[in-house]
Design a protein around this ligand. Structure first.
Ligand code: ATP
Ligand code: MG
Length: 482
């Protein structure tokens, strides 16, 4: 019981003999303070916390009930016990009814009875304090979580604001115009365009700038999974629906309830899947694989394809009814070669992005380098331009501008077929090393200096990775810190 010694019991009685008896009985278990005057006892509780107040009803300065009423204003959490005589029964009952006391002890009391009642009072006090503490912890945790969520939300929103989508060309201005119209609605959108034209970027912008931004945006590439897996991914499944379904799994449609689902490469889906998807869109409900139950969902659907879906419909490769369901509001992203005027701004945008990311100061781009970038055809569109700039920044020296030699297009598109001379070969080796170093550092950063994970990701053995760290003098400790 010595653990309870941190709890204080304040006994108030004008009879010294009773006070000393109380002290004898309780001092082994609690900190006991004695007071023969209610007025000075009130002073005590103004100065220090007390778990239990044990007070006689009959005292010359004031009654026990009156004392406890005042004490309640000072320390509402202290458990109040009244010691009463037979004749005080009315006052006691009133005090109980008015919530002024928790317990009463009738005179003459037995030591065991006193011990028991005080112990209960302490437990009551403890419970109350624990609850308060837990509630406070919960409140703080909730607050932290809410703050973190808000932060994350802001980051996401910031990332998909319109200033991050570059495009002054008339073609892109038309896209922005359409976006502004469609964002506030729930209308189903089909985004078309070649690979790398920014279909996913636009889909996210629709979600994060619209009324659904506080709910989930989920994205599924429909070409990456076989039909049955895709169905269970999107619609969920119940335990035992197929081998390997060891538990119920929520589908992405359910996760995205209230939010947005992005169905990428919708043109690659099987007829069977198209049929199921059509039903979901028509009925607004999903049926998890292996379940009879229908789940109602409210999801905004955005789909994307780099195919000509209308033609696929004509050729019988895509369901016509599904096409009309998806194609309510089409947005077409033109290939980059058809809006070359956007190239310089994209180039500056990516220079900013990657120099910031790599902590390199890049002063600009050489006019000749920019001209080369403007002349190129970009079969991989904006993504390809982005990759070219990322690579150039890896290779560029700190404090310098991007020079034409740092711009490299894929083999078949290069104009100068000059063979490597000795000097060129040396440069190549250096560049490859720079690249290697960059990718190792990036992987280390991502995996917070975890050697095994980093090695696995890079396809190296742990030993191999260690050797490279030594060779490039990469300080592992740096990555473990942040
Ligand atoms: N207008 C733009 N402004 C800035 N960045 C862009 C723009 N368009 C595309 N990007 C960037 O290019 C990259 C590719 O874009 P995204 O993934 O959206 O293309 P996609 O059309 O979905 O390609 P795929 O068909 O191959 O999936 C992304 O990093 C994206 O941020
Ligand atoms: Mg994409």
């Amino acid at each position: 019981m010595s653990t309870n010694r941190r709890y204080t019991v304040l006994a108030v009685d004008d009879e010294q003999g009773i006070l000393h008896a109380i002290q004898r009985i309780l001092r082994r278990d609690y900190e006991v303070i004695l007071s023969s005057s209610p007025l000075s006892a009130l002073e005590v509780i103004r100065k220090q916390p007390v778990a239990v107040l044990l007070v006689d009803q009959r005292m010359p300065e004031m009654t026990g009930v009156e004392f406890l009423r005042q004490a309640r204003d000072i320390q509402p959490d202290a458990v109040r016990i009244l010691i009463t005589g037979y004749s005080d029964i009315d006052a006691t009952i009133r005090a109980i009814n008015e919530g002024q006391i928790f317990y009463y002890i009738q005179k003459p009391w037995e030591p065991d009875e006193l011990r028991l009642i005080v112990r209960r009072a302490i437990e009551h006090y403890q419970l109350k304090k624990d609850n308060e503490r837990l509630l406070e912890e919960l409140r703080q945790a909730n607050e932290r979580l809410a703050a973190e969520n808000l932060l994350l939300q802001r980051e996401m929103e910031a990332e998909y604001t319109f200033d991050h989508i570059i495009g002054k060309s008339p073609a892109m201005q038309k896209v922005f115009h359409l976006l502004k119209k469609v964002i506030p609605t729930d209308v189903t959108v089909l985004i078309t365009g070649e690979t790398g034209t920014g279909k996913e970027l636009v889909a996210r912008a629709i979600h994060y700038n619209g009324p659904r931004k506080h709910k989930m945006f989920v994205s599924q590439n429909c070409a990456s999974l076989p039909e049955t897996l895709l169905e269970s991914e999107l619609f969920g499944h119940v335990k035992g629906a197929f081998t390997g379904a060891t538990r119920d799994k929520k589908g992405l449609f359910e996760l995205a309830d209230g939010g947005t689902i992005f169905l990428d490469e919708i043109g690659e889906t099987s007829p069977e899947f198209q049929k199921r998807l059509l039903r979901v869109l028509q009925e607004g409900e999903i049926h998890p694989v292996g379940s009879e139950k229908a789940i109602h969902v409210n999801v905004r659907v955005i789909s994307a394809t780099n195919r000509d879906l209308a033609r696929a419909v004509q050729e019988g490769k895509f369901r016509e009814d599904l096409f009309y369901r998806l194609n309510v509001f089409p947005i077409h992203l033109p290939p980059l070669r058809e809006r070359r005027e956007d190239i310089p701004e994209l180039v500056y945008h990516f220079i900013r992005k990657y120099s910031l990311k790599m902590g390199k100061r890049i002063t600009g781009i050489h006019p000749e380098a920019l001209q080369r970038l403007r002349d190129y055809d970009y079969p991989g569109n904006v993504r390809q331009l982005e990759n070219i700039i990322e690579r150039a920044i890896v290779l560029a020296d700190d404090g310098m501008a991007i020079t034409p030699d740092l711009i490299e297009f894929p083999e078949i598109h290069t104009t100068d077929g000059a063979p490597f001379n000795g000097q060129g070969a040396l440069q190549l080796k250096e560049r490859v090393e720079q690249m290697e170093r960059y990718f190792i550092e990036r992987a280390l950063q991502k995996n917070r200096g975890n050697i095994s994970q980093t090695a696995r990701e890079l396809g190296l053995s742990r030993m191999g990775l260690h050797k490279k760290l030594q060779r490039y003098r990469i300080d592992l400790a740096k990555y473990k810190l942040d």
